[in-house]
Design a protein around this ligand. Structure first.
Ligand SMILES: Cc1cc2nc3c(=O)[nH]c(=O)nc-3n(C[C@H](O)[C@H](O)[C@H](O)COP(=O)(O)OP(=O)(O)OC[C@H]3O[C@@H](n4cnc5c(N)ncnc54)[C@H](O)[C@@H]3O)c2cc1C
Length: 410
């Protein structure tokens, strides 16, 4: 395992750093913390346009679809470096990171040429509609139905927690097409126009006042069969492609709060003395320093695998399982240290522009999005440690015979 960049990777990293240094205002303060305002969308689109014009967008995509035909490791290096700057691309991350690769693998040539460059250039926003009120961790238990009528499908049902659906032009949608098959086997994936009749998006108000995700309702929504991604009842395989690419998109950039904490704690004064002279602060700081070092090494191991042509495996779950709770602990502790001013969320008035206040509110979501702590533990137990699998009493049982109240079964 080599933790250092190869000479080619180091050269590429330097190129990226030079371009970012020249093109990003490091001191810029983003107008809001999340993906909830029109202003944030304008900033995100301008940034994505800029990196597209400079040829950095969608590193691994073929040039004819708007990318630069680069290797996965270059994509990871780019993501690592760009994550150190105050830029905004969250509105396009799900499209480019998750939906794009699915279109690339399962879309027709016409669809690829039409949709992918628009995605890369930030002309269109995409969302991912998997989770439902009764199907999150166990997403294969979803109930949204798609029924074939001639050469189109009629969709009825509901999704939830769909990030940026209120802005989305398109979405990928996982549906149940055959309830008589076992739950993973009767699913089919589509993409659809989010502005078409029968699609209703209702934003969900969050604890921090933002509205980054939504409920989406489908009433007799028509989807042409040519917008099916993959085989009928083969949707689970397509969903796994989307989720695997999500891992690559976040590989190496999962936040844990350490860089912000370290910047803050070196400057903070408590009762007129440097905070780092306090024994308890030193103990906590040492603990997070060690965790951060462990995460960095685990990440380097994952990057070595990516550089050799692999994809981030279950190790990515480790980063999230340690990093997301760490982010929550750090932000909670920072707010304690700030005493009364910890309650102030006003960017201009708060220490470090209110970053810790924002992190405190979004960290719980970080622990849930893309798989909860418990789900990460199950993945690590089964796929890394080789422990016996979670109990699955519905394995192989036709979906419409599963005895589970709200699962749509008996
Ligand atoms: C910020 C954010 C953005 C999101 N964006 C999207 C999006 O764009 N598209 C989308 O489709 N979804 C999205 N989600 C939904 C997300 O994927 C789900 O919230 C997540 O998978 C958990 O599902 P759930 O909320 O239904 O919780 P549940 O699955 O109902 O879990 C409830 C509790 O049970 C525990 N649990 C469940 N199963 C097990 C098990 N087998 N063993 C042990 N414990 C278990 C969980 O850990 C949790 O504590 C988003 C979520 C968040 C927080």
């Amino acid at each position: 395992m080599d933790f250092n960049d190869s000479p080619e990777q180091a050269e590429f990293r330097q190129k990226v750093i030079a371009w970012l240094d020249e093109n990003v205002d490091k001191k810029a303060s983003l107008s809001t913390g999340g993906m909830e305002s029109e202003q944030a969308l304008i900033e995100a689109r301008a940034w994505q346009n800029k990196i597209f014009d400079a040829g950095w967008a969608c590193q691994t995509w073929p040039k004819e679809y708007g990318g630069r035909g680069a290797s996965a490791i270059e994509q990871v290096i780019w993501s690592q470096e760009v994550s150190k700057y105050p830029t905004r691309d969250g509105f396009f991350a799900i499209g480019i990171g998750n939906c794009g690769p699915a279109i690339m693998l399962y879309g027709s040539e016409d669809q690829k040429r039409k949709l992918l460059p628009r995605m890369a250039r930030a002309d269109d926003i995409w969302c991912q509609m998997f989770s439902e009120p009764g199907a999150g961790s166990d997403v294969a238990g979803l109930k949204t139905r798609a029924e074939k009528q001639g050469d189109k499908w009629i969709v009825n049902g509901q999704k939830i927690w769909t990030s940026q659906a209120q802005y989305a032009d398109y979405g990928v949608l996982l549906t149940r097409t055959d309830p008589s098959l076992a739950k993973h086997k009767g699913l089919t994936m589509f993409f659809l126009d989010m502005k078409q009749p029968g699609v209703e998006v209702r934003p969900i108000k969050q604890a921090d006042g933002g509205q980054a995700f939504n409920e989406v309702f489908f009433t007799d929504v028509e989807i042409p069969d040519e917008q099916r991604l993959g085989d009928v009842n083969g949707g689970w395989g397509v969903a796994l492609t989307v989720l695997m690419n999500e891992r690559l998109a976040i590989a190496g950039v999962a936040p844990n709060g350490w860089p912000e904490y370290w910047d803050m704690i070196r400057e903070l004064q408590l009762d007129g003395r440097p905070a780092l002279e306090d024994a308890e602060v030193r103990r906590k700081t040492a603990e997070w320093y060690v965790k951060n070092a462990g995460l960095k090494n685990a990440q380097a191991r994952m990057l070595s695998a990516v550089a050799k042509g692999g994809i981030p495996g279950a190790e990515a779950s480790l980063g999230k399982l340690v990093g997301a709770p760490m982010c929550q602990d750090i932000s909670r502790y920072a707010l304690d240290l700030f005493a009364q001013s910890g309650a102030c969320t006003e960017e201009q008035l708060s220490i470090m522009n209110g970053q810790f206040q924002k992190a405190y509110l979004y960290a719980p979501g970080l622990r849930v999005a893309g798989g909860t702590d418990e789900v990460m533990r199950n993945i690590i137990a089964e796929q890394v440690l080789g422990l016996p699998p979670d109990v699955r009493i519905d394995k192989g049982v036709p979906f419409n015979e599963i005895q589970a109240g709200n699962q749509g079964g008996k």
